[in-house]
Write a protein that binds this ligand. Structure first.
Ligand code: GAR
Length: 203
């Protein structure tokens, strides 16, 4: 059995279906990373998935801190305690502060449910539907100082059906994201990254 060489911390806020696909992948002996911890910003299913598997988990909730700066510091401390080689934001719905991003520059992977640069932000699926586009999808990208602006690592399209609502469309996007994220995390753990301007390649 291979020893996983890279430590990752997964950050999440919701149902954790992307996390679940990473946990499943991490069970395979050839998966090149170990999920050291799951950090969430609220009580949620993602945290329970980690607990059920005996993986370290922590909730760092904004409401437990006097302000956003204190919350950001606590989040950074909690994640850093697990000494991750890189971080996966798998449905983490809060913006990370500059100090966090600076500490883990080019080492935070985010899943976004649209084809960036279209439809950044927290309402990507609803925004794509409202705009009337016929194709949307998933983007896996590095986090930089903007909102969903970092270099793109992978994208996959999803066709929008005339009868889609936000829920049906998001479920089909997530089905794509689950495989895409596992593939990118595998590559990220085993390859080196070359970043030229906006373009990132895993070689
Ligand atoms: C995924 O669609 C992911 O792209 C999105 O949250 C969902 C998480 O699903 N992330 C964002 O919108 C980040 N801005 P899950 O809770 O079932 O894993």
């Amino acid at each position: 059995m291979n020893t996983p060489s890279r430590q990752i911390v997964v950050m999440a806020s919701g149902t954790g279906s992307l996390l679940a696909s990473l946990l499943e992948a991490a069970d395979r002996p050839d998966f090149p990373a170990r999920i050291a911890a799951v950090v969430t910003d609220r009580e949620c299913r993602a945290q329970k998935l980690a607990d059920d598997r005996g993986i370290a988990s922590a909730v760092v909730s904004l409401r437990d801190y006097p302000d956003r700066a204190a919350w950001g510091k606590a989040l950074l401390d909690e994640v850093s305690r697990h000494q991750p080689d890189f971080i996966v934001a798998a449905g983490f719905m809060k913006i990370l502060d500059g100090e966090f991003i600076g500490r883990y520059r080019n080492r935070i992977i985010n899943a976004h449910p649209a084809l960036l640069p279209s439809f950044p932000g927290a309402r990507a699926v609803a925004d794509a539907l409202a705009h009337g586009v016929r194709v949307t999808g998933s983007t896996i990208h590095l986090v930089d100082d903007g909102v969903d602006t970092g270099p793109i690592l992978a994208q996959e399209p999803v066709i929008i059906r005339p009868d889609d609502d936000e829920q049906t469309l998001h479920e089909r996007i997530k089905a794509v994201e689950r495989d895409l994220l596992v593939r990118v995390v595998t590559d990220f753990a085993t390859k080196s990254i070359d970043i030229q301007g906006r373009k990132a390649r895993l070689l």
